[in-house]
Design a protein around this ligand. Sequence first.
Ligand code: MLT
Length: 254
Amino acid sequence: MTHLPVDLAYEEHGAGTPLVLVHGFPLDRTIWRPLVPLLESKFRMVMPDLRGFGLSPVTEGVYSMRLLAEDLRALLDRLNIERAILAGHSMGGYASLAFAQAYPQRLAGLALIASQAAADSPETRASREKTIEEVKRRGLKPLADKMSAKLTCQPELVQPLREVIMRCHKQGVIGALKGMAERPNAQEWLSTITVPSVVIAGSEDAIIPPDRPRLMTQLLGRAWLVEVDKAAHLPMMEQPAVVASALMQLIPTV
Ligand code: MLT
């Protein structure tokens, strides 16, 4: 497996405790923008595009979660950030967990948003294979049509999300689907994460079943759960004030 990091594109806002916000699939850094006015006075917010998404380099092959974590570590190095709080959304949460395992000394806190620690079931793996074939044959439109409606319970967000998905690169989508399908089960070692952690879950999430964030909270060493009403898979866009106040709880008090 290659571990050669790429230089991620990112946007940066504010000053304070470093907070790296890692988007999910098949999205980009722009999903975090509703949080900027709420958090920029407290955090140095770093919002990267993951490999294959947004303005970041698109590479061939499998985007393992470990490889995505390596890209994040290289970004921290580039920005001279020794330790940061990581907030990962869904696939960004899988990558953040891989980062927590590989670089515990670089982690100051962890937020897992609409995410889970379990590996894919055989059925989910098979459905990712089907999606890969469909993207190869028909492009991104079927994925954008299907996912945009599933991501949110707020009708006005469906079209903007559809546009984000249509801006994705086919190669990036395929690499990420392969990487998610082969990700290991993180449940076994969650208790070794000792930094303060918050698990944030939308009560209407149709992608991550509600038992997953609950179990993850129990398995983590020092975590609490925030269940967000009137939110589905994108609480940072659907209920930004609730997500912002949960993230502020991670700011070290000493
Ligand atoms: C995501 O939102 O990142 C993905 O839908 C997660 C997944 O497919 O497991």
